[in-house]
Design a protein around this ligand. Structure first.
Ligand code: FAD
Ligand code: FES
Length: 292
């Protein structure tokens, strides 16, 4: 049952005059990450927005594709590198299939940014563990590059990335760069190897044996399919990570993106305004079905 107070709270706190107005943005580059994922580099038609569009890692936008409606998409670029924004999108259905057919020079609509970002302030001074599966690396790419650009504020960084097949590995350019940087451990694994693959094989949790982390000094950020999140959170709890320092993102169907329609209701919260970033401590209280 949706808590109507949540929606009333958002109606009362919001000036709704421009809430649904998308800003036109032109595709300047399309990066093919794998057969299912492309990264769209976008510049706003209103040039002032390219520097003034203020967002934080972990936030999402409502992306409108002409004739196909809107979808919530995480921003995969970092606010520390302004000038354009990156949206990394996996083909799921009608809108995302249409988007994948679009080319540089074409125009999309963007409204936002929305949602609660990653809590980069509580991560300062701590080691960081990033665990991602598939397209889940999109929001983490933003915060990983944010932390890299804030030199000296964070401890060691460990990045674990799981894909189904070697040919599914996305964000190869980023993974290659991160792998060469000092102070970073970046490991990739695949569920099923293909000919020529010499790397790790197994789900992402099989990488625990290959890394060294001190749970009491570390903040973990986890993004990926619900099944992966469930098992990673379970293992992190088993390693005695504090639930306040395990951070993940949740996805629900969205319509408004701004806390007004109730579509994204989840365990007493609205994912679009209370999330999509949640701590493990918060999720425990919300008793989410797919994480049980
Ligand atoms: C906060 C947030 C951030 C997101 N960030 C990204 C991102 O960075 N990159 C990306 O590729 N996708 C992201 N998504 C998912 C993306 O919004 C959906 O894949 C997209 O809306 C599908 O639209 P479609 O018309 O192509 O598919 P549809 O035809 O609408 O759906 C295809 C399939 O995907 C499922 N689906 C659609 N939307 C959602 C959703 N919101 N949550 C769970 N399942 C869904 C449907 O149930 C259906 O099975 C995000 C979702 C949320 C809520
Ligand atoms: S309340 Fe409308 S999408 Fe969250």
């Amino acid at each position: 049952m949706i808590n109507r107070d949540l929606i009333t709270r958002n109606i009362n706190s919001r000036n709704t005059s421009n809430t649904y107005l998308p800003h036109p943005a032109v595709i300047t580059e399309v990066i093919t990450e794998n057969s299912q994922i492309k990264t769209f580099v976008l510049e706003f038609t209103d040039k002032t927005l390219n520097t003034n569009f203020s967002y934080e890692s972990g936030q999402f936008v409502m992306l409108s594709v002409p004739h196909h409606g809107e979808a919530p998409i995480s921003i995969s670029s970092t606010p520390t590198r302004p000038g354009n924004i990156h949206l990394s999108v996996r083909i799921a259905g009608r809108l995302t299939t249409a988007l994948h057919k679009m080319e540089p020079g074409m125009t999309l609509g963007i409204r936002g940014p929305y949602g609660r970002p990653f809590p980069v302030h509580i991560m300062e001074g701590r080691d960081l563990l990033f665990v991602a599966g598939g397209i889940g690396l999109a929001p983490l790419r933003s915060v990983i590059n944010y932390c890299l650009d804030r030199t000296g504020r964070y401890g060691t960084m460990t990045i674990l990335y799981g894909s189904r097949l070697p040919s599914d590995i996305a964000f190869r350019q980023d993974l290659d760069i991160w792998s060469t940087l000092p102070g970073i451990t970046c490991l990739t694994t695949v569920d099923t190897p293909e000919p020529g693959w010499t790397g790790h094989v197994g789900v992402v949790t099989t990488l625990w044996d290959h890394i060294q982390i001190s749970p009491s000094d570390c903040t973990a950020l986890v993004c990926g399919p619900p099944m992966m999140i469930k098992f990673v959170l379970r293992d992190l709890a088993g390693m005695s990570f504090s639930p306040d320092f395990v951070i993940t993102t949740m996805e629900r169907h969205m319509k408004c993106g701004v806390g007004l329609c109730g579509h994204c209701y989840m365990g007493g919260k609205l994912v679009c305004t209370d999330g999509p970033v949640f701590s493990m401590a918060e999720l425990k209280d919300m008793d989410i079905e797919e994480l049980r």
